[in-house]
Write a protein that binds this ligand. Structure first.
Ligand code: UDP
Ligand code: MG
Length: 316
């Protein structure tokens, strides 16, 4: 029998832990197959970890990976995937925005179609207007400018076959964007639609700053668009510059009034600002290259609580 793993990243989700795990286990148990729930505690500062360990006493299927500090959602997903053992692996958020009731549908879809990836696609969203707006704009732009057949309105929530998990883990980049990688790997990819609820309790742990930086990671990693836009703008600048030269020469030889400082000023400020923008953008790429070259670990593990060993310490 093939084992099912459910990977859940958690950061300060103490109030939700019990409800979440109960629901997840209820839905996965219904499959009557062996399963594990891999909870990654992403350096929570509340009592998420002790709640998880408490729950684990009653349900040994729950495994807990405690990271040494908050490494961020993407790193936590990577940790969960690396520790998961199942032949099929569900990835979901821990705030009940990804409804556990959809898990059986994902598994069913994979069974029916024998595919390697099933993404849960949000048909409706219940978050506040500004967040919905930002996410919609991001998905529109991202799916239009990125490589690898990006699917709009699909987040982390999905089911992967072991083959797909291995493929996702083969991507060694530090600035990770999981939905982008998942859509990039190929294989037969199926979809299940669902309505996305608002988070059940508490504040969003992906703050606006974290969301913007994730959107930037997604675009820089999966699109040539920023650097291409520079090239096109640069070329446009050259055309404008050539026209200006022609205009200058014509006015010089036809005896038109000489240029004043305004045209000079405009030209300098235009090219100056374009150059600064481009330098900033190139700096962004260099910074990312630097990050990749450093090859720092994506996450560090403080402790693992699973059934193979009693609370042993692992350092990667
Ligand atoms: N999360 C995490 N590390 C972080 C931020 C978030 O593991 O640094 C977890 C969080 O606990 C939740 C999931 O990632 O289970 C999604 O976070 P959130 O609901 O804040 O994201 P949003 O729904 O706003 O995109
Ligand atoms: Mg959420």
């Amino acid at each position: 029998m093939k084992m099912i793993s459910v990977v859940i990243p958690l950061y300060n989700e103490s109030i939700l832990v019990d409800r979440l795990l109960q629901k997840v286990i209820k839905n996965v148990k219904a499959e009557k197959e062996p399963f594990e729930v891999v909870c990654v505690d992403d350096g929570s500062t509340d009592d998420t970890l002790s709640k998880l360990l408490m729950f684990r006493k009653e349900a040994p299927e729950v495994k807990v990976i405690s990271l040494s500090r908050n490494f961020g959602l993407q790193a936590a997903i990577t940790a969960g995937l690396e520790f998961s053992k199942g032949e099929r692996v569900v990835i979901m958020d821990g705030d009940l925005q990804d409804p556990p009731e959809v898990i059986p549908q994902l598994l069913q879809k994979m069974k029916e179609t024998n595919c390697d990836v099933v993404s849960a696609v949000r048909s409706k969203r219940m978050e506040n207007f500004s967040k919905r707006f930002f996410i919609r704009v991001f998905h529109k732009i991202f799916s239009n400018i990125s490589e690898g057949n990006q699917v709009e309105q699909s987040g982390n929530f999905c089911l992967l076959s072991r083959k797909a998990v291995q493929s996702v883990l083969a991507f060694s980049e530090r600035n990770r964007y999981f939905p982008g990688i998942r859509n990039f790997i190929g294989f037969q990819h199926e979809f299940v639609m669902y309505d996305r609820a608002d988070r059940a309790e508490g504040e969003a742990k992906m703050t606006s700053r974290k969301l913007f930086s994730l959107a930037a990671d997604a675009i820089y990693s999966f699109s040539k668009w920023p650097i291409k836009a520079c090239l096109y703008l640069g070329l446009l600048g050259v055309v404008v510059f050539l026209l200006a030269i022609v205009y200058t020469l014509v006015s010089k030889f036809t005896g038109l009034a000489p240029f004043g400082w305004s045209s000079t000023f405009l030209a300098i400020s235009f090219f100056g600002s374009v150059q600064l923008t481009f330098l900033g953008l190139i700096g962004e790429y260099i910074f990312r290259i630097y990050k990749e070259v450093q090859k720092r670990p994506v996450y560090l593990v403080k402790q693992v609580f699973d059934d193979t060993a009693n609370d042993h310490e692992v350092n990667i």
